[in-house]
Design a protein around this ligand. Structure first.
Ligand code: ADP
Length: 165
């Protein structure tokens, strides 16, 4: 039987427990989830792709059902290259919906064979975004419990003022 592979794309600048929650839930449905770091031209990144890949790889440890990769160009082309059939995205609040609907419909227009799956995040992660994590850390606040340990370490390198707890 063909393995069902989903790609969870994003900026992951940095990865948060919200992202990991979506990947974990995705694994209940798909045989494998590839966390794929892409570049969103609308966002100014704090971390390089190499740093992001390092943080994510360390955060998921050796789970044989999770792969970590990066891609350039069209997401649907990347999915076809790796043999994936689905895009996995997380939804937090209503304001996520508008952009996600646009993205999903554009991806469908580009490739009708690929479906986008939306998963609701755990309520504990409803308010968590990479943006709020960076803003809090930059101002010296603690983001412990919101991002995995490897991301916490890298944030501390960028923002030495950040409180650890
Ligand atoms: P992008 O720049 O593509 O939006 P992000 O890294 O910000 O990349 O997000 C990737 C995906 O993870 C998106 O579907 C986003 O909605 C989802 N996501 C981000 N934070 C959370 C969270 N706290 N809970 C659930 N999903 C989340």
């Amino acid at each position: 039987m063909n393995k069902k592979i989903a790609v969870c794309p994003g900026s992951f600048d940095p990865i948060t427990y919200g992202h990991l929650d979506i990947v974990r839930r995705g694994l209940c449905v798909f045989d494998k989830v590839i966390i794929a770091v892409g570049h969103n031209p609308l966002k100014k990144d704090l971390f390089s792709t190499e740093e992001k890949l390092e943080m994510i790889t360390e955060s998921v440890e050796a789970n044989p059902r999770i792969e970590v990769d990066s891609f350039e160009g069209l997401l649907v082309d990347y999915l076809q290259t790796v043999g994936a059939c689905a895009i996995l995205r997380g939804l937090r609040v209503i304001s996520d919906f508008e952009m996600e609907l646009q993205l999903a419909l554009m991806n469908r227009r580009l490739c009708d064979k690929i479906e986008t799956f939306f998963l609701m995040t755990d309520y504990n992660h409803l308010f968590v975004s990479s943006t709020i994590v960076k803003a809090t850390a930059a101002a010296g606040g603690s983001v412990e419990g919101l991002v995995p340990e490897p991301a916490l370490k890298k944030l501390l390198e960028k923002f030495p003022v950040m409180k650890k707890k």
